[in-house]
Design a protein around this ligand. Structure first.
Ligand code: ZN
Length: 96
């Protein structure tokens, strides 16, 4: 699995950087590009391959979090978090 550490996506010739967000090992979205480096498929055949970002550990993570060790939350999960907290508060009221 590709670890994305490069904050830049393409060089001056518009070639994707290795370990960048468009690393050719994670798939090929452009039919003009060479085949995917992982499966060999073209843009119609390759469904993409996962990559990951170590937030707070990589240069890209530091660029995103501004400093190492800052927790990052998925805002899409906030409604579930609120429901859990509300349920816990109701449960605590029963015992008080
Ligand atoms: Zn592929």
């Amino acid at each position: 699995m590709v670890q994305v550490t490069q904050p830049l996506t393409h060089d001056a010739m518009q070639i994707p950087f290795r370990n960048g967000l468009f690393d050719p090992r994670m798939g090929n979205m452009d039919p003009r590009q060479s085949p995917c480096e992982t499966c060999g498929g073209d843009s119609n055949e390759c469904q993409g391959h996962p990559g990951h970002i170590e937030l707070g550990a990589s240069s890209l993570g530091r660029a995103l979090t501004l400093r190492a060790g800052v927790p990052v939350y998925n805002a899409m999960l906030f409604p579930h978090l609120i429901q859990l907290l509300q349920a816990k508060v109701r449960q605590l009221r029963v015992f008080n």
